[in-house]
Design a protein around this ligand. Structure first.
Ligand SMILES: NC(=O)C1=CN([C@@H]2O[C@H](COP(=O)(O)OP(=O)(O)OC[C@H]3O[C@@H](n4cnc5c(N)ncnc54)[C@H](OP(=O)(O)O)[C@@H]3O)[C@@H](O)[C@H]2O)C=CC1
Ligand SMILES: O=C(O)C1=N[C@H](C(=O)O)C[C@H](O)C1
Length: 249
């Protein structure tokens, strides 16, 4: 049996925190040493790794604390980071190992590769890209973290950063859409767990790639796998592509 390790859960009373707790219960090699939410000060010395699904602001504060004290390692699932907050995570990762992903599912991480490949093959002079995502009414950030990762993969396929190709949100009267740009559309309704569709559209045909999350335990299991992987890593900012071995050094 593998060596026992100690995990903290940040955002423990939230939807994902509770799912992570259940996923950890199913493992014999893990002990949950700390659970915390907003306003609570955890004893981080009790953890080898913290799994964090809270808010962007809380995740940055936690990463900075872990960087200052040289650990524990982190798995960050929160979404909705500003560019400044992304830079702060990057800086913290110089001192502590962090896996950060907007989606811990295997299917989405395979979809990322498919989208990059399709964007490379489908000429930007003919093919627009539109990413649609649907989530439950309680989700506060849009586009979702997953949609942004898919947008980054599409842009990378075309040799650009997302911000260079991103089309403006649609609302009221606007200019015509520039061919080959990447747009985002969001739905917030009911209890939808997570739906993502990447649509490639030319004047003649439409190619659709999509992923549906059936239960959020899916994300929790992926985050626990990331925790087992990251606890022995050197400082750095990693993602699920690293954990799954999809990105070789
Ligand atoms: N990467 C992925 O695969 C997935 C990512 N997510 C993302 O994870 C995040 C959480 O989602 P979800 O669980 O649905 O949200 P919830 O609102 O259900 O849970 C968030 C939790 O974080 C807690 N929290 C707030 N501030 C802090 C803090 N400073 N320190 C510790 N905990 C804090 C909240 O506590 P309190 O209620 O006391 O404020 C709450 O318990 C979102 O950003 C979401 O987009 C969600 C699913 C999958
Ligand atoms: O908030 C959620 O619920 C989800 N958030 C993640 C995102 O922003 O992409 C992942 C998943 O789709 C569920």
């Amino acid at each position: 049996m593998s060596e026992l390790f100690h995990v903290g859960i940040s955002g423990a009373r939230g939807r994902m925190g509770r799912a992570v707790s259940q996923a950890l219960d199913a493992r014999e090699d893990v002990m949950v040493s700390v659970r915390f939410d907003w306003g609570e000060t955890p004893d981080l010395s009790l953890c080898d790794v913290v799994i964090d699904f809270s808010t962007a602001e809380a995740s940055v504060a936690l990463a900075e604390t872990c960087a200052e004290r040289g650990g524990p390692a982190l798995v960050i699932g929160s979404t909705g980071f500003s560019p400044e907050q992304e830079a702060a995570l990057q800086a913290a990762a110089e001192k502590v190992a962090i896996v950060r992903s907007g989606n811990f599912s295997l299917g989405v991480n395979i979809l990322i590769g498919l989208v990059e490949h399709a964007a490379l093959r489908l000429d930007a002079r003919d093919w627009d890209i539109e990413i649609t995502e649907a989530h439950h009414r309680k989700k506060i950030d849009a586009p979702s973290g997953t949609a942004l990762m898919l947008g980054e993969a599409a842009a990378a396929g075309r040799g650009h950063d997302l911000e260079e190709l991103r089309s403006a949100p649609y609302d009221g009267i606007s200019d015509e859409r520039k061919t080959g740009t990447i747009g985002f559309s969001s739905i917030r309704a009911g209890g939808i767990v997570g739906e993502h569709t990447v649509l490639f559209a030319s004047d003649d045909e439409v190619l659709t790639l999509s992923h549906s999350a059936i239960d959020r335990s899916l994300f929790a299991k992926g985050a626990v796998a990331a925790a087992a992987w990251v606890r022995t890593r050197r400082p750095g900012l990693y993602d699920m592509q690293d954990v799954l071995g999809f990105r070789q050094a």
